[in-house]
Design a protein around this ligand. Structure first.
Ligand code: ZN
Length: 264
């Protein structure tokens, strides 16, 4: 289990390089950068170079998709939180992945690397879907009701977004082959990540709070629209996009642990 992990100086160097890139690209708030740096050190120390590469690629693709999509990921300004990622958002997307590798390191249980790969596959699949999905001209439907909804709203799925999500999960699966895994295991991690991204849409549809604007009548995740206070129509008030991401990461964590136990 200890084979292939990085020594402290290498871990510090790689994590600082990634954090510097985040600062340079203005992708994270200072708090988000600090937490990301700490998580990256843990990930390097407990998961080695393959784990670092998975994290770095997930980060780069997310920032790239952000830049590519720009305002178009949320064409109607329906999402409550946008812009730079703070510590809460970093934790909700990568925290459980870091926790999995830390547990794996402490317990000397290689199954937690599998959990890490599946969780990061979910994170990348979900970010690509939510950023690139709204760019397509095709229909966006609510994953639960299958009725058309506004692009950019949580719970919406489109063909292009689902394809982007599948590619993101597959990319992390490919990188996880660097752990020396058989193809079947890497493919299973990717599949769990993809399933987690679909679950993320289900949670987004069912649990995430949504409001109706009394002026323009659109469904929104914001508490104000058109200068008026919006009224809640569905979802739970405390559940925002970060909560949904954490919940889907938790689901993938549990599913991956169960899959590992079943494989053994
Ligand atoms: Zn409005």
């Amino acid at each position: 289990m200890t084979a292939g992990v990085l020594q402290l100086p290498a871990a510090l160097l790689l994590s600082s390089a990634l954090a510097a890139l985040a600062v340079w690209k203005r992708a994270l708030t200072p708090g988000g950068t600090a937490l990301a740096w700490l998580l990256c050190v843990i990930i390097c120390l407990c998961g080695g170079l393959p784990a670092f590469l998975i994290l770095a690629v997930t980060f780069l693709c997310t920032v790239g998709a952000d830049r590519l999509a720009g305002e178009r990921a949320d064409p109607h300004g329906l999402r409550r939180k946008s812009g730079r990622r703070d510590a809460v958002r970093v934790f909700c997307n990568v925290g459980l992945g870091g926790a999995a590798l830390l547990l794996g390191g402490l317990l000397r249980e290689p199954g937690f690397r599998f959990v890490y790969a599946a969780v990061l596959a979910e994170t990348l699949a979900d970010s690509l879907a939510s950023k690139l999905g709204p760019l397509s001209a095709g229909r966006t439907v609510d994953i639960c009701t299958l009725r058309p909804i506004e692009k950019g709203l949580s719970g919406g799925v489109s063909l292009w977004g689902t394809t982007a999500s599948l590619l993101g999960a597959a990319l992390v699966g490919l990188l996880s082959l660097l752990f020396g895994w058989p193809l079947r295991r890497a493919a299973l991690a990717a599949l769990l990540g993809f399933a987690g991204a679909l679950l993320d849409s289900v949670y987004g549809s069912l649990l995430q709070v949504k409001y109706r604007c009394p002026v323009c009548g659109s469904l929104t995740e914001r508490e104000r629209c058109c200068g008026a206070v919006t009224g809640r129509v569905k979802g739970l008030r405390p559940v925002n996009n970060d909560g949904v991401n954490l919940l889907s990461n938790l689901s993938v964590f549990a599913l991956a642990l169960a899959a590992w136990a079943a494989e053994k």
